[in-house]
Design a protein around this ligand. Structure first.
Ligand code: ADP
Ligand code: MG
Length: 255
């Protein structure tokens, strides 16, 4: 009789985001080349690669901020809609946090978080306020709810941006270099929120250069170069034994 084996996290999870044969050009530039990527429910995928390799574009195709010419993308079994209400609904299911926080400057922190649920999810104000305060509590900003974005630090604003996305109850959260615009002392307060989110079971796709964070939370690391997925591995495998020259070269420069 063979001993039961412990297999680290390669068991197939229920697929949530499925990209198959996705190609995209910007004019003559072939920016996404035959991308095949499945993100399982509850999985945390870290997307890394050199500047200009297509990481942001890949993220943006997942919620159709960018179109693509061929291939298919499904979220929770649903094909990405092209336009209209179906697209707005899809965008509500796919939260996105960018490098720049993009909060509404003339709305309070609380209003920034309740706007989507009230407008898109048709939640009543009392419920939206209650839920927003819970989320602001979760990211450590509840005491600042009545302030305006400019009164908060960059790290605090980014935590509000995360709470704002979560308020829509997204199925998946995309993060595109969420700490790149922050002063160094504010990076960890945002990463801590993201670690907590990962531990809570949120499905996440994260573009980041924070390799300590990647090692800690990633189920898988996807290495992109020149618009192609060059490697896909556990963080352990990727960081200790990168296979391609391009990944070795990249890691040599950043680690
Ligand atoms: P990354 O996020 O990995 O730095 P991007 O996805 O932003 O890479 O960009 C990939 C490539 O596509 C780069 O060469 C970039 O200059 C180009 N690119 C990105 N956005 C556009 C656009 N809107 N129009 C034309 N080229 C673009
Ligand atoms: Mg980018």
């Amino acid at each position: 009789m063979t001993e039961p084996q412990v297999v680290r996290d390669s068991a197939p999870k229920q697929p949530l985001v499925v990209m198959e044969g996705v190609n995209k050009h910007f004019g003559a530039l072939h920016v996404l080349k035959d991308i095949n990527l499945t993100v399982g429910k509850g999985e945390v995928v870290i997307l890394i690669g050199p500047s200009g390799s297509g990481k942001s574009t890949l993220c943006r195709t997942i919620n159709r901020l960018e179109t693509y010419e061929s291939g298919s993308i499904t979220i929770d079994g649903q094909k990405l809609p092209e336009e209209g209400k179906a697209l707005a609904d899809l965008r509500a299911d796919v939260g996105m946090v960018f490098q720049s926080f993009n909060l509404f400057a003339h709305k309070t922190i609380l209003e920034n978080v309740t706007l989507g649920p009230i407008k898109v999810r048709k939640m009543n104000k009392a419920d939206a306020d209650k839920r927003a305060m819970e989320l602001l509590e979760r990211v450590g900003i509840a005491h600042q709810a009545a302030k305006y974005p400019a009164q908060l630090s960059g790290g605090q604003q980014q935590r509000v941006a995360i709470a704002r996305s979560l308020a829509m109850d997204p199925k998946v959260m995309l993060f595109d270099e969420p700490t790149s615009a922050l002063d160094p002392e504010m990076i960890n307060e945002v990463l801590d929120v993201m670690v907590e989110l990962a531990n809570s079971g949120m499905t996440m796709v994260v573009v980041t250069h924070e390799m300590g964070f990647a090692r800690k939370v990633a189920d898988r690391v996807v290495f992109l170069a020149d618009g192609q997925i060059v490697e896909m591995a556990t963080p352990e495998e990727f960081f200790t034994n990168p296979k391609s020259d391009r990944a070795k070269d990249f890691l040599g420069k950043i680690l």
